[in-house]
Design a protein around this ligand. Structure first.
Ligand code: GDP
Length: 194
């Protein structure tokens, strides 16, 4: 995908504040620190369009961007961030569920996992919601550069088993080496077209 333009649209919590226009939309989700911002910035060839989650404030909102004036990209707040106040943690689930349930133009969610980490309860819960609302899921394992080529298969096997998904459901990615970038775009473009 050739990126001609990217722009921040708005942040929102409630459906009445989501951007209008009905553009097809793709959302990115994952545990805090999984590498979500790095992946989005790499996909868009932008150094820092999306901020990293070391500052929790703005990262607790749904952040909407418009890409090529053709589709929206949504950066969903990362989960599992220990320093977030309890009240914010409690509101995270309803905010995400409402978004997944109500957003008619949502075409797919990129769920990001870390190659070195067995998926946790929150990752599995997110997968359950995607299934419940029948949202096409693009599962991506990032930080692939952190393990040797020889170890990769075993890491993918364990992650796939924990998720109850086949190994070929996952695309391997690295924001550092940029490997997997074309594959992720291909799956995103396919979801946007469907
Ligand atoms: P977020 O909280 O999910 O948005 O995660 P970030 O994108 O801020 O990344 C968290 C940390 O992981 C940062 O220190 C990144 O530099 C690092 N990181 C992200 N992606 C990769 C990757 O593909 N490979 C490596 N080696 N490090 C990465």
């Amino acid at each position: 995908m050739q990126i001609k333009s990217t722009a921040f649209l708005k942040s929102a919590v409630h459906p009445e504040h989501y951007p209008e226009g009905g553009m097809p939309e793709i959302a990115f989700a994952g545990r805090s620190n999984v590498g979500k911002s790095s992946m989005i910035n790499c996909l868009l060839n932008r150094r820092a369009l999306v901020r990293t989650s070391s500052t929790p404030g703005r990262t607790q909102l749904l952040n909407f961007f418009t890409i090529n004036d053709a589709f929206n990209l949504v950066d969903l707040p990362g989960y599992g961030f220990a320093k977030v106040p309890l009240a914010v943690k409690r509101s995270w689930g309803p905010m995400i569920r409402t978004y997944l349930e109500k957003r008619r133009n949502l075409r797919g969610v990129v769920l990001i996992l870390d190659i070195r980490r067995i998926p946790g309860e929150e990752d599995l819960q997110f997968l359950d919601w995607l299934e419940e609302y029948q949202i096409p899921t693009i599962a991506v394992i990032t930080k692939a550069d952190k393990v040797t080529r020889g170890q990769r298969r075993e890491h993918v096997r364990k992650i796939a088993a924990a998720c109850g998904l086949p190994e070929d459901a996952f695309t391997l990615f690295s924001a550092t080496s940029r490997e997997g970038r074309a594959d992720v775009w291909e799956r995103v473009a396919q979801a946007l077209d469907s």
